[in-house]
Ligand binder design. Structure first.
Ligand code: NAP
Length: 296
C-alpha cells in the first residue's frame, strides 16, 4: 500500500486556528503580539518568503512590520535597528530574513537579536538551549516537522532517525530535536560516504539537502516515515522536494509532499513562536508587578 501523504496545509490550518485563539486572548488582556521582519537587499525569493510571513501574521491577528534596507546598508545600521526593536515592548519577535548579502557577519547580526525575541531560534543562546534540550524558541522548520510527527501519532522514541542535511537552520536542530525525543539519530551531509547505508536504516528519514531526486524508493526501508524538507525549483518551473516522490511513496508508510508538506508548517511555527514570546513577556510583566506590590 502506498504511503499516507501527510497534509501539511491541513495541520498548519489547525495550528493557526489555535494561534487565533491565543492572539485574541492576548489582545483582550493587553495587545496583540508583534513581529518585525528585517530584509536586506531585493532577493526575489526572500521577498516572497517575507510576504508569506506577513500574510500569515495578518491571518491570525499578529501585527507585523517589514523593515527594508538596500544592500548598501551598513552592518551598524542594521544592528542599531535590531537594538531599537529589542527595546520596543510592542515587538515580540525579531527576524532577519536570510540569506544576508555577503559583506555581513551573520553571527554578529543574529547575536544582536534580543534572545527573548529570537523567534527564528538562531541566536547562540537559543542554539545552546536546544543542545541541552531546553530551548526557548525551537527553529521553525524542524519544529514544524516535530509537530507533523506528533499530529500523525508517529512514535519517535527508540527509533532510528536519519537526517540528510546538516545545516544550522534545518539539519542540525532537526537532529537535536529528534534526539531530545529519544530517537537514535544519524546525520548525513555532502561528504557522507554510502548515503544509502544510512537511509536504509531509517525508521524516520528527514531529508533537507536541496537536491532533487537525492532519495529514491530503493534507498529506504519498507514502511519508513519520510519527511521531505527540500524545496527545489526545476528548470520547467515545477517545485519538488529532495525525494523521488512516487518511488519513495510506494515503499514508505508516511510521506510529506512538496509543496504542501513541511513548507506551510515552517511559517506556522513562526507564528507559534511569536505568540509564545508575547505570552512570556506578559508573564514577566505580571511577575514584576506582583514583586513590586509585594515589596511596597
Ligand atoms: P543548506 O544550508 O544548503 O544545507 C544543505 C545540507 O545538505 C548541507 O549540510 C549539505 O552538506 C547537505 N547536502 C547537500 N548535498 C548533499 C548530498 N548529495 N548528500 C547528502 N547531503 C547533502 O540548505 P538548508 O537551508 O538546510 O535547506 C535544505 C533544503 O531545505 C533546501 O532545499 C531548502 O530550500 C529547504 N528548506 C525548506 C524549508 C521548508 O520550510 N520546507 C525551510 C528551510 C529550508 P554539507 O554540510 O556537507 O555541505
Amino acid at each position: 500500500m502506498p504511503a499516507k501523504i501527510i497534509d501539511g496545509r491541513a495541520v498548519a490550518a489547525s495550528v493557526r486556528e489555535n494561534c487565533k485563539h491565543r492572539v485574541r486572548l492576548l489582545e483582550a488582556l493587553s495587545r496583540p503580539p508583534g513581529l518585525a521582519v528585517i530584509m536586506v537587499g531585493d532577493d526575489p525569493a526572500s521577498a516572497v518568503y517575507v510576504r508569506n510571513k506577513m500574510r500569515a501574521c495578518d491571518e491570525v491577528g499578529i501585527r507585523s512590520q517589514r523593515i527594508l534596507y538596500p544592500d548598501t546598508v551598513t552592518e551598524a545600521e542594521v544592528i542599531a535597528c535590531i537594538d531599537a526593536l529589542g527595546r520596543d515592548d510592542s515587538v515580540n519577535g525579531i527576524l532577519v530574513q536570510l540569506p544576508l548579502p555577503k559583506h555581513f557577519n551573520l553571527e554578529k547580526i543574529l547575536g544582536a537579536i534580543n534572545s527573548e525575541k529570537d523567534v527564528d531560534g538562531f541566536h547562540l543562546y537559543n542554539v545552546g538551549g536546544l543542545v541541552i534540550g531546553n530551548t526557548v524558541f525551537p527553529p521553525c522548520t524542524p519544529y514544524g516537522v516535530m509537530r507533523l510527527l506528533e499530529h500523525e501519532g508517529i512514535e519517535v522514541a527508540g527509533r532510528n532517525a536519519v537526517v540528510v542535511g546538516a545545516s544550522n537552520i534545518v539539519g542540525k536542530p532537526m537532529a537535536l530535536m529528534l534526539m531530545r525525543q529519544e530517537a537514535t539519530v544519524s546525520v548525513c551531509h555532502a561528504k557522507t560516504r554510502k548515503l544509502r547505508e544510512y537511509t536504509e536504516m531509517a525508521d524516520i528519514l528527514v531529508v533537507a539537502a536541496g537536491c532533487p531526486n537525492l532519495i529514491t524508493g530503493e534507498m529506504i526501508k519498507r514502511g519508513a516515515v519520510v519527511i521531505d524538507v527540500g524545496i527545489n525549483r526545476l528548470a520547467d518551473g515545477r517545485l519538488v522536494g529532495d525525494c523521488d516522490f512516487e518511488s519513495v511513496r510506494s515503499r514508505a508508510s508516511y510521506i510529506t509532499p512538496v509543496p504542501g508538506g513541511v513548507g506551510p508548517m515552517t511559517v506556522t511555527m513562526l507564528l507559534v513562536n511569536t505568540i509564545s514570546s508575547a505570552e512570556r513577556a506578559r508573564q514577566r510583566l505580571l511577575q514584576q508587578s506582583s514583586e513590586h506590590a509585594h515589596f511596597v
